[in-house]
Design a binder for this molecule. Structure first.
Ligand code: ZN
Length: 126
C-alpha cells in the first residue's frame, strides 16, 4: 500500500483525510458482511468517520442511511459534533449521527480519489 507518507505542507489535512478513507473502507467491509447476514431496516454499527485517529466512537445507521451517505464520495457519517469545521460542513444531523461533506480542497480531492464506490483513474491498487 505504502500510503503512510504524506506530502510536506499538507500533512495534517492529508492524514485526517486518509484516516477518514481508512475508516470508510472498514465500514464498507462491515456493511458488506452485514448485508450477507441481515437485510432490511436493522442498523449497522459503524466506526465514526470523523478522521481523528484517536476516535473510537461508533455510529449507528440503517442501511438506507448508510447508502445515502456512501452515494457521495465526499460524504461521511460521524458522531454528533465530531465534524472538523475547518474541513467539513454538516449536511444533516440526527440524534445518532451527522452527515458531513468534506470541503477542504486537499482533503476533498483525497477522499474523492479514494472513494471505494467510484474509483478514479489515478487510484492504484498495488
Ligand atoms: Zn469521531
Amino acid at each position: 500500500m505504502g500510503r503512510r507518507s504524506t506530502k510536506p505542507g499538507v500533512a495534517r489535512v492529508s492524514s485526517e483525510a486518509e484516516q477518514q478513507c481508512v475508516v470508510r473502507e472498514a465500514n464498507e467491509a462491515v456493511s458488506v458482511l452485514h448485508m450477507a447476514l441481515a437485510a432490511g431496516a436493522q442498523r449497522l454499527a459503524l466506526r465514526c468517520e470523523c478522521g481523528d485517529a484517536g476516535c473510537v466512537a461508533c455510529v449507528s445507521l440503517t442501511r438506507g442511511e448508510y447508502e445515502a451517505v456512501r452515494a457521495y464520495g465526499s460524504h461521511f457519517a460521524v458522531g454528533v459534533n465530531h465534524e472538523n469545521p475547518e474541513d467539513a460542513c454538516v449536511l444533516s444531523e440526527s440524534a445518532r449521527f451527522e452527515v458531513i461533506d468534506v470541503i477542504g480542497g486537499d482533503s476533498r480531492y483525497h477522499v474523492l480519489a479514494r472513494n471505494p464506490r467510484h474509483a478514479w483513474s489515478e487510484r492504484s491498487e498495488s
